[in-house]
Design a protein around this ligand. Structure first.
Ligand SMILES: Nc1ncnc2c1ncn2[C@@H]1O[C@H](COP(=O)(O)OP(=O)(O)OP(=O)(O)O)[C@@H](O)[C@H]1O
Ligand SMILES: [Mg+2]
Length: 463
């Protein structure tokens, strides 16, 4: 691939430039118009585009724009006459690398071209490196680099192309569904359908016919034969989400399906055969459900062949930067925005947060942040309060975690207030006591109680 593309309508200058670059050890192509430059850019990749500002019927801007679209890592240098310097400066704002004023000084040109080529190559290498990292730390649409997730990736790659039933457990938003899809996409069943059944969303009365289908006249309203989701998943994967919500009566039928690969439509007399892989998921403690009799033990053993526990996000924070990067890329592309990343402070706040809603919550936070950011980088101002530690969560939530010690809480508040008041009063105790509506004696007592050392300004006696 040539290094440089020259776009210049004046033939003699074109030739001089080509000879010069040749002597400098670069290869170059030359175009005399934007049209010709476009054709060359469609075919080749260049590190640097050196273009005249004034071109017949078009301008260096057109070249710049086309380069940005076609070859985002390439660098465009504009050549301009004094009269059009203003435009060249505008071009810098649009992302041109540099501009040079004609007549060109070859030495200056060569120095700038050298730097531009370096920049283009670094950008390109970075891109390839990121892509490599992305491939290394992703499976299908799944992203992660924590040892825990790499282990999950390893398991799903190994079991994808088998027919084994998989049980996915993990808190809400940890990625159970994306993992189920990844298993499907990695298997030779990928041409078949991936059918999702949310067991918590189907009313018991409809569940069986939705799942297994029904024949005409099986019940009021069954006006024609209907295929069930199990049949729709033939040669593909059936994903049973929230499996613990499945009514007990259907659990028996599911067990039959798993054991014989056969099922029967509601009201039907004959069984049909299907070739499906079943993946089930739950965010409940399924063993607990078995113990309490809400989930059949025999079905539990049948589905618990391969169990994958997906750890909550707070146990694998190393995944956060990669996930972040991924969501920024997705949402800024979706919203047509040039958002390049996140500020160190915003990243720090995110890394310090516990994410009770796991990856889904992180994704929602990034989507919102991208929406609220115009361009450039995401900063702390577009992060929700929970991340910034200013939780406005109702106090009642605290009691869900076993209650609080009210006295300790009040003392904490009292100490905080005293310190604030002292700060406000520049350490003057009398003033601080006034700010708190306390007598000096009472204030001093509290200082001693909390071991707060305030400076003595010889003012005590003035009470
Ligand atoms: N490892 C991951 N890489 C990329 N995206 C992920 C990952 N894990 C989760 N997500 C994203 O987070 C969101 C929630 O994931 P998913 O729906 O799979 O969670 P879930 O465990 O099924 O949650 P629930 O129990 O609430 O149904 C999805 O938008 C998904 O794309
Ligand atoms: Mg889910």
């Amino acid at each position: 691939m040539p290094d440089i593309l020259i776009v210049e309508d004046e033939e003699s200058l074109r030739n001089v430039l080509q000879i010069n670059f040749n002597r400098e050890g670069y290869t170059s192509d030359a175009a005399e118009s934007f049209q010709q430059a476009k054709e060359l850019m469609d075919k080749n990749r260049y590190d640097v585009i050196l273009t005249d500002y004034r071109l017949k019927g078009s301008s260096g801007f057109d070249v710049l724009r086309y380069q940005q679209e076609k070859m985002p890592f390439a660098q465009t240098i504009l050549m301009t006459a004094y009269a059009t310097v203003e435009n060249a400066i505008d071009a810098l704002k649009l992302g041109a690398y540099h501009y040079l004023i004609k007549p060109l000084k070859m030495e200056e040109l060569n120095a700038i071209v050298k730097k531009a080529i370096e920049k283009a190559r670094i950008l390109n290498d970075n891109f390839l490196l990121r892509q490599k990292i992305r491939n290394q730390y992703s499976v299908d649409n799944l992203i992660g680099k924590s040892p825990k997730m790499l282990k999950v990736f390893d398991i799903i790659k190994r079991i994808a192309d088998t027919r084994t039933t998989v049980l996915l457990t993990g808190q809400s938003g940890t990625g159970k569904e994306v993992i189920a899809r990844a298993i499907h996409n990695l298997s030779s069943r990928r041409e078949g359908r991936f059918v999702v059944v949310n067991c918590g969303a189907l009313p018991e009365s409809l569940f069986e016919s939705e799942l297994f289908g029904h024949v005409r006249g099986a019940f009021t309203g069954a006006v024609s034969d209907k295929q069930g989701l199990v049949e729709a998943a033939d040669k593909g994967t059936l994903f049973l989400d929230e499996i613990t919500e499945m009514p007990l009566s259907l659990q028996v039928k599911l067990l039959g399906l798993l054991q014989n690969s056969r099922a029967r439509r509601v009201g039907g007399t004959e069984e049909y055969e299907v070739d499906i892989r079943v993946i089930v998921a739950t965010n409940k403690d399924i063993e607990e459900e078995v113990k309490s009799g809400r989930f059949r033990e025999d079905l539990y053993y049948r589905i618990n062949v391969i169990k994958i526990d997906i750890p909550p996000l707070k146990e694998r924070k190393e995944d956060i930067p990669l996930l972040l990067d991924n969501f920024i890329r997705i949402y800024s592309a979706e919203q047509n925005k040039a958002i390049k990343g996140i500020s160190p402070e915003a990243l720090r706040l995110i890394m310090n947060y516990d994410f009770p809603g796991n990856v889904r919550q992180l994704e929602n936070i990034i989507e919102r942040a991208v929406t609220l950011t115009r361009e450039g980088i995401i900063d702390t101002d577009v992060l929700p309060d929970v991340i910034k530690g200013k939780t406005s969560e109702p106090v009642k939530n605290i009691y869900q975690y076993g209650g609080i010690d009210l006295d300790a809480k009040l003392q904490e508040i009292e100490k905080e207030a005293i310190l604030d008041a002292l700060r406000e009063a520049n350490g003057k105790k009398i003033h601080a006591a006034k700010l708190l509506g306390l007598t000096f004696r009472s204030f001093r007592y509290r200082l001693a109680k909390y071991g707060i050392a305030a400076e003595d300004e010889g003012e005590e006696e003035k009470e």
